[in-house]
Design a protein around this ligand. Structure first.
Ligand code: CTP
Ligand code: MG
Length: 533
């Protein structure tokens, strides 16, 4: 996966590789947001404007020029010689910062020579599939299980997209290395935990620990040689200072880094920016090593059973389609919280589909031991030593039960806790309490408002009801009707019950009947809860 030192991103006019004196093995041409390729998200949406799951974390600014190619070389020296063969452009009206990156422009010496060879170029799209395509795919699926698996296949990050994420990190690393030559910049979060959807943001971790390790080499004799360093009152202030400077650097010198925002007063300080060529919205952090561990933990959970990722992707798409999640920070539930909720649900099945975090900790060996800032982040990482689940429930059943379970969950008194895999009393009055798996005193969904939680509960109940109805009268394969998962992703599901009531349909089983009754008393309860806050 490592592309460090061997990759470059280049914006090029079509066919230039044939004419260039440097023979470049072009691996892939990428059509990024706003390049010459059409943006499929602009296609007409079926039945209103359901967004099936595009995270829309791609840069808001549209760029109009060119195609991009990622070129991979066998030897690092080739990149050096390419850099030596490139020159800094001279502008007649503007000045330039002479920064030598691995991000190049290729220009034809004689643009009039550009020929029809353009048609040979195959572009690869890095954007999520359009709603139209998804609805079509879901309509043609054979079963609800098939629908969930198709959704996963369409939205999951491709190997190429993942490589592009590593490459983008390495380009940022080049900039940070101007101050910290031995630093590394690594992706974490949904870019690597296998729960990322095409279009999701790129969380980057600036790792400065290697620098400390290099200087910890033992020296003989009576003296210990230390670097003279600046003393800073706290680790948080040090983090803020480092990110502030790197942020400035990205803003002023970073080719392709646009819209740089320094968000240094957040609990976890970060620099947010858009990376032009890759189209990624990037969040650069440092000093949050625990987030790397939770990414690793989610990776393990995703790999343990094939149903986990299919269910998480479906719930993420469902939440996005109903605006329960948003790319704008606010009082909404996040994808990370949704993933925790699904993992918790799968731990509660009988027999459990996923083990608790405590049991993964008990299985851990000495090599897995990990304590970060006093928090025990130990869990087994060897998948082959975790016993597979004996549970054989279908995805269809799990989805239905998921909505019923959370449509009736006592959020007002219970906390979700994947460490123990069981509800616990809420330690505070936050509407939604999901315990951070490693920093157990923290609530990962502290930002969620009562009204957003209520919206989640209402939609879960309605979705449970729709799936219940679906089981009874599924449209014929030749009909154009959205069914199963497609019906759940439509924006009109909030009106679905009213519609069905009009038709005189009655929910069949008791659970669903109870759900409906609880919806009726919902608004009153909701306003009481909100006032209690
Ligand atoms: N994280 C955390 N505690 C939080 C929020 C985030 O530990 N309250 C960590 C998790 O490891 C998470 C990562 O930071 O995976 C990145 O956060 P975020 O980008 O919000 O979530 P993703 O899992 O990357 O999901 P998305 O696809 O929405 O970006
Ligand atoms: Mg993320």
């Amino acid at each position: 996966m490592a592309v460090r030192g061997v990759g470059l991103l280049t914006r090029l006019p079509l066919c230039v590789q044939r004419r260039s004196r440097v023979q470049l093995p072009i691996l892939r041409l990428l059509s990024c947001p706003g390049t010459v390729a059409a943006d499929p998200r602009r296609e007409e949406q079926p039945s209103g404007s359901a967004e099936t799951g595009s995270e829309d974390k791609t840069p808001k600014k549209r760029f109009s020029e060119g195609l991009y190619a990622v070129v991979e070389f066998c030897q690092k020296e080739s990149v050096d010689s390419l850099q030596n063969g490139a020159h800094t452009p001279s502008m007649s009206t503007e000045a330039v910062i002479p920064f030598r990156s691995r991000y190049f422009n290729l220009k034809l010496k004689n643009p009039s020579n550009q020929t029809s060879q353009q048609s040979h170029i195959q572009c690869s799209n890095q954007l999520p599939p359009s709603s139209k395509k998804i609805f079509e795919l879901l309509r043609c699926a054979e079963s609800i299980d098939d629908q969930l698996n198709s959704l996963l296949k369409e939205f999951q990050l491709t190997e190429e997209n993942t490589k592009l994420r590593y490459l983008t990190c390495s380009l940022v690393e080049d900039i940070a290395a101007a101050y910290f030559p031995d630093c590394t910049v690594r992706p974490f979060g949904s870019s690597v935990n296998t729960f990322g959807k095409l279009g999701c943001d790129l969380d980057m971790f600036l790792d400065l620990d290697e620098i400390g390790k290099l200087s910890a080499v033992k020296t003989a004799g009576n003296f210990l040689m230390e670097f003279q360093v600046k003393n800073i009152p706290s680790g948080r202030i040090a983090t803020q200072k480092i990110l502030s400077v790197i942020g400035e650097c990205l803003d002023h010198f970073g080719p392709g880094c646009v819209g740089v925002q320094k968000i240094l007063n957040a609990r976890c300080p970060l620099v947010r920016f858009s990376h032009h060529a890759s189209g990624f919205q990037c969040d650069l952090t440092t000093n949050n090593r625990i987030a790397l561990k939770s990414s690793e933990l989610l990776y393990i959970y995703g790999a343990l059973d094939s149903r986990v990722r299919a269910l998480v992707f479906t719930v993420r798409c469902w939440a996005r389609a109903h605006s329960l999640t948003s790319s704008i920070p606010g009082a909404w539930i996040t994808n990370f919280s949704l993933t925790m909720i699904v993992i918790f649900f799968l731990q509660r099945r009988s027999p459990p589909i996923l083990p608790t975090l405590d049991s993964l900790k008990n299985l851990a060996g000495a090599e897995d031991k990990c304590i970060i800032e006093g928090n025990n982040c130990t869990f087994i990482r060897d998948l082959s030593r975790i016993k597979p689940s004996g549970n054989t429930e279908t995805l269809e059943l799990l989805l239905k039960e998921f909505f019923e379970y959370f449509g009736n969950f006592a959020f007002n008194k219970n906390s979700i806790n994947i460490r123990q895999g069981k509800e616990q009393n809420k330690p505070d009055s936050s509407p939604l309490h999901i315990q951070n798996p490693f920093e157990t005193s923290l609530n990962i969904s502290k930002n969620v408002s009562q009204s957003q939680l209520q919206k989640f509960v209402d939609l879960a109940r309605e979705s449970a009801w729709i799936l219940q109805q679906e089981g009874q009268d599924r449209p014929s394969p030749s009909s154009n009707q959205p069914w199963g998962l497609a019906a759940l992703l439509l924006p009109s599901i909030a009106n679905g019950m009213a519609l069905a009531r009009k038709k005189g349909k009655k929910p069949i089983n008791e659970t669903v009947k109870n759900l409906l009754e609880s919806i009726k008393s919902n608004s009153a309860e909701n306003s009481t809860n909100t006032h209690r806050k």
